[in-house]
Design a protein around this ligand. Structure first.
Ligand code: PMP
Length: 359
């Protein structure tokens, strides 16, 4: 069939690049390209998922049980929590709710690759504010980029892919500088891996600063290891979340995902112990990479950033040849997830050998 079709597609959608997913690893390789959790799911989580087996029925549209559980955990009301099919769905809903054609959405760049796509799908205009030289959000510059047409600002902490965090004080000052009618989305997909004591914590911000324009976004994909089940959430003002709920594709969150998330929360201490293991592994990676000659920024998620610049593609190939699938951002750098224990030495060995090929 011909590719030349008469159907009229919105030009901004036709121009979008297709979604790129990390490649699978070979048999003795490691997939370190999607910031996944390397641990197998807990048996109790699998069990809870299978028990929720009445798949001939639709799920509970608002995932009420999970909202109530998270609300109790964070000291908010159940209608101040909104569940979606992955936090990326919730993010899409929030952007659609607040920004449309003619509106601007401000975010740092480089950051999570979904941001430019979601903004374009909403018909809005992206305003990308470069990271600082040490790969952090430049919050004063972001605040200065907020104008009449800005409806949303996205702050990603820890930032994917550079791993750096925004501090609590920086974020508080930023909120003071941004008009209260602009929605500020704090994307904290990697919050549980953070060990820096001064890092922003969305749940604390919401409690301390009481700002209806701030929404914190979190997920079960990373620390809780449920990436394949697609479940994430936002905590914020009920009126903002009502608007997000209005843009949602109904019933996208399955009962299986909700049950698995609830079971994960019941096993939270065990899962957070795994998170501590991953964070310690990450710190070893950062220290080892620095010893090997890399200028690696502080990493607070479950991944590290190699600023490889123009050598990115060649270096990523060197990793792949050794069975390590990493995520290259061509011309910029390589993001490497903190994976299995056995992958750590291998990453350090290859990273140290490629850095020596630099002039
Ligand atoms: N935010 C950030 C910063 C991410 O890196 C990701 C996943 N890569 C997400 C949100 C979305 O995660 P999920 O949809 O699996 O919850």
């Amino acid at each position: 069939m011909t590719d030349d079709i008469p159907v009229r597609i919105r030009p901004e959608i036709a121009a979008l690049p297709p979604y790129r997913q990390g490649k699978p690893a070979g048999d003795d390789g490691f997939k370190l390209s999607s910031n996944e959790n390397p641990f197998d799911p807990l048996p109790g989580v699998i069990e809870a998922m299978s028990d929720a087996a009445d798949v001939n029925r639709y799920p509970d549209a608002s995932a009420r049980r999970l909202r109530e559980r998270l609300a109790a955990r964070f000291g908010v009301d159940a209608d101040e929590v909104h569940i979606g099919a992955g936090s990326v769905s919730v993010l899409a809903q929030l952007i659609l709710a607040a920004a449309g054609p003619g509106d601007e959405v401000v975010y740092a760049w480089r950051s999570f690759e979904a941001y430019p796509t979601l903004v374009r799908v909403a018909g809005a205009t992206a305003v990308e504010v470069p990271l600082t030289a040490d790969f952090r959000h430049d919050l004063p510059a972001m605040a200065a980029s907020v104008g009449e047409r800005t409806r949303v600002v996205i702050v990603c902490s820890p930032n994917n892919p550079t791993g750096t965090v925004v501090t609590h004080d920086e974020f508080a000052a930023f909120l003071d500088a941004v008009p209260s009618d602009v929605l500020v989305i704090l994307d904290e997909a990697y919050a549980e891996f953070v060990t820096a004591p001064d890092a922003v914590d969305g749940m604390r911000v919401l409690g301390l600063l009481d700002r209806p324009n701030v929404v914190a976004l979190r997920t079960f994909s990373k620390a809780f290891g449920l990436a394949g089940l697609r479940i994430g959430y936002a905590v914020g003002h009920r009126r903002v979340l009502d608007a997000a709920r209005s843009t949602a594709i109904p019933l996208a969150v399955t009962g299986q995902a909700e049950s698995a998330a609830l079971a994960s929360l019941r096993a939270e201490s065990e899962l957070l112990e795994r998170v501590r293991v991953i964070s310690a592994r990450r710190d070893r990676l950062v220290a080892g990479l620095r010893d090997g000659g890399w200028n690696v920024p502080d990493a607070q998620g479950n991944f590290v950033w190699l600023p490889a610049g123009e050598h990115t593609a060649a270096f990523a190939e060197a990793f792949e040849e050794e069975g390590l699938i990493v995520r290259p951002f061509v011309g910029d750098g390589i993001r490497i997830s903190v994976g299995e224990e056995e992958s750590v030495e291998k990453v350090l060995r290859i990273a140290a050998s490629v850095v020596q090929t630099l002039p």
